[in-house]
Design a protein around this ligand. Structure first.
Ligand code: SAM
Length: 306
């Protein structure tokens, strides 16, 4: 299914809870205010099946809040995997519960993960994530690698004056461990950023000089056309750096549909207000064609540059 700008929906980003055990200084809450209502496991499974059938998508990423706080997360992954409709099931997590859950998640059918790790220094970790658990998370990341949740990506939101000096160390760390570094520019679609006077101006770090350096030093450059035209640079030490910089190119290459934990279907991180809640329809077991109407209506609200 295509939106009005000819962008086809190719993957789903699905929040399973808005609960979180972290307090990241920039958090965007995945584009919507924390909700207390959550779709049930059956509703999530049913919706994943419907979306795959209607949109023919084969990629899905689970998120939160913190998805590993959802008690039934392993069951959710198993159910979705057993639908045999998705080829790529991934998750983005703060990594706190990976030591305990990585193996079960892998066994249930999770293919790979992204972990929020924007520093290699425990004191800076505390500043960014509000948590003392750097070493514990590192153990979880190594466990995830060991069980096969790969390619494992580290989400590095770069912040001026906090972790901007760590780029090279992060690249080396990723090269040594066969991780992909996701270099993410701070964006404003977040209450934490918006409602904190001067936060964006203080911490926004323009990554364009880094991208220029990467263009000069990379041995291979790929553009992920279906993934917001993100560039992936392979460096001489074999480390891969993927750059995420919201803007014109980014929007034109966006092929994502989002689902909030309460069942709000929306087409853009920056416009959850244009969403439609699908929970009632799920309760009443609508026909596939009426789900299709709801999904189409949401997809038609998608506009680049928000
Ligand atoms: N709790 C999970 C985690 O830590 O990955 C999933 C939710 S978290 C909101 C998902 C990702 O959103 C984070 O890894 C971070 O990269 C990104 N993010 C959140 N707020 C952001 C902001 N203001 N600017 C850029 N990226 C942001």
């Amino acid at each position: 299914m295509k939106d009005n700008c000819n962008r086809e929906i190719k993957h789903i980003r699905f929040s399973v809870t808005s609960k979180c055990n972290y307090n990241c200084i920039y958090c965007d809450h995945e584009g919507f205010l924390p909700k207390t209502t959550e779709l049930s496991v059956d509703e999530i499974t049913q919706l994943c099946r419907i979306l795959a059938q209607i949109l023919k998508v084969t990629k899905i990423k689970f998120t939160g809040g913190e998805p590993l706080l959802r008690e039934e997360i392993v069951e959710i992954i198993r159910n979705v995997s057993e639908l045999k409709l998705y080829k790529d099931i991934s998750m983005t997590t703060n990594g706190f519960n990976l030591v305990d859950k990585a193996q079960d998640l892998y066994n249930a059918g999770l293919n790979r993960i992204n972990v929020s790790l924007g520093t290699l220094k425990p004191d800076i970790y505390k500043i960014i994530y509000g948590s003392d658990s750097f070493n514990h998370v590192l153990k979880g990341i190594m466990k995830a690698k060991e069980v096969g949740l790969t390619p494992l990506k580290l989400n590095y939101v770069i912040l001026k004056g906090i972790n901007d000096q760590e780029f090279k160390n992060m690249v080396n760390f990723c090269g040594e461990n066969d991780f992909v570094l996701q270099l993410i520019e701070l964006h404003k679609a977040s209450q934490a950023v918006n409602q904190n006077n001067g936060f964006y101006e203080r911490y926004y770090y323009d990554v364009s000089p880094i991208i220029k350096d990467l263009e000069n030093s990379a041995i291979h450059i790929e553009t992920r056309g279906n993934m917001q035209n993100r560039k992936v640079f392979t460096l001489p030490n074999t480390a891969k750096v993927e750059t995420i910089t919201p803007g014109h190119e980014f929007c034109m290459g966006c092929t994502k549909l989002r689902v909030g934990c309460d069942g709000n279907l929306f087409g853009c991180l920056f416009r959850s207000d244009l969403g439609t809640n699908i929970k009632e329809a799920l309760k009443n077991n609508h026909s596939l064609s009426s789900y299709e109407r709801i999904v189409k209506q949401v997809v038609e609200t998608r506009e680049p540059y928000y």
